[in-house]
Design a protein around this ligand. Structure first.
Ligand code: AMP
Length: 213
């Protein structure tokens, strides 16, 4: 299956993408992770994308297209955080079309803006293994220390409140036309993204089995 997981920053799409890729046994492709890795390495690409990421803006499509074209060689995959606007969705169709492939499903995690702000501003991430915590709902056993690998926890620059607001605005301004694009194709699946990760995942799974019938 070729699946897109689409949702606002903080909608839980990353968490759900990991759970879904384990469940379906397919590769997860996250452009956000790829870009963060490049920034960490200090590569040319990392230097080019950093300023956009720090401001909560989308990386220009031209750079995104170049990176994504190299990632779509598997038969099945879950795209986490791509496409994020109409031009990316169209480009994705072109890239896949050349290989005789197409997206099967776009899952949209629908969630309220206020929940997003709360989730992101209180999110903490492990520097070493990338595990996510929340200052109220998923508290590490020891302050600022990862339960999994004992790495130090930090707040992503783009999880600071001003940047969150900017990312939300960017999301709202781009999402409608993207959702309409997949709705017209008949492969949009809207899932309520509120509640804990297991509830959301159960909703995704039950919708998946319905859409297979
Ligand atoms: P994420 O971890 O998916 O929230 O992505 C973090 C940041 O990476 C975003 O705020 C953007 O700056 C950049 N980014 C990730 N995916 C894309 C994309 N599909 N198009 C443009 N920028 C992206």
């Amino acid at each position: 299956m070729k699946v897109i997981l689409f949702g606002a920053p903080g909608s839980g799409k990353g968490t759900q993408a990991v759970m879904l890729s384990d469940f379906l046994r397919v590769k997860r492709i996250s452009l956000g992770d790829i870009f963060r890795e490049e920034v960490k390495k200090g590569s040319d690409l990392g230097i080019q994308v950093k300023s956009f990421m720090d401001k909560g803006e989308l990386v220009p499509d031209e750079l995104v297209h170049r990176v994504i074209a190299q990632c779509l060689n598997d038969e099945n995959f879950i795209l986490d955080g791509y496409p994020r606007n109409l031009s990316q969705a169209q480009e994705l169709d072109v890239i896949l079309g050349k290989k005789g492939k197409a997206i099967d499903l776009c899952i949209y995690l629908d969630i309220d803006g206020q929940i997003i702000i709360d989730r992101l501003s209180k999110r903490r991430v492990c520097k070493k293994c990338g595990a996510n915590y929340h200052l109220e709902n998923m508290i590490p056993k020891e302050d600022n220390v990862c339960d999994v690998c004992q790495g130090e926890l930090f707040q992503r620059d783009d999880d600071k409140i001003d940047v969150i607001k900017k990312r939300w605005e960017v999301f709202i301004s781009r999402s409608q036309e993207l959702l309409a694009f997949y709705e017209q194709k008949g492969n949009l699946l809207k899932v309520d993204g509120s509640g804990n990760k297991d509830n959301v995942f159960a909703r995704i799974k039950s919708n998946l089995s319905c859409s297979k019938h």
